[in-house]
Design a protein around this ligand. Sequence first.
Ligand code: HEM
Length: 144
Amino acid sequence: MYTGLQHAHSYLAYLVLLGVAISLITALAGLFGGGTFTDKNRKLGLLGLIPTHLQWVIGLILYFVSPLGLSNASGAAMKDATSRLYFLEHPLMMVLAVILITIGYSKAKRQVGTNRGFKTIAIFYGLGLILILSRIPWNAWPGN
Ligand code: HEM
């Protein structure tokens, strides 16, 4: 089960980055282009939200089965940058990113028909993407 989850988490990361980037870019285009945030724009927000939620669930399970996750948490692991990234920084930042993206989508959903939805998605998804990019284990992903 561990290897399967590891692969799923690794491949889904592409969809997370792609989905969040598309949601963000289309929101920025709407923000600067003016106009109304429509139901179609809301659905573009789902492109970022859905893979991010799936990834969160898989990541959470991985956290309990991976030797790099909770089982590796210790004072000594705290002093090692790679260990700390996997058992603390990555999970924490990713959960914060998921929360930001979820809040952004929920707020924007209620702004359909106004012009404020674009700004909401741009801010929340933008911050979420920065957090995600800051704590991806770049030395291990996308692999070689
Ligand atoms: C948007 C959310 C997330 C993204 C984009 C993401 C991305 C990644 C990537 C790219 C890797 C490296 C995979 C590889 O080595 O090929 C990884 C590993 C890992 N992630 Fe996440 N992750 C996310 C959320 C989470 C969450 C919420 C948790 C835990 C609560 C988590 C726990 C882990 C663990 C434990 C590993 C190490 C797995 C192993 O190789 O044993 N991730 N993640």
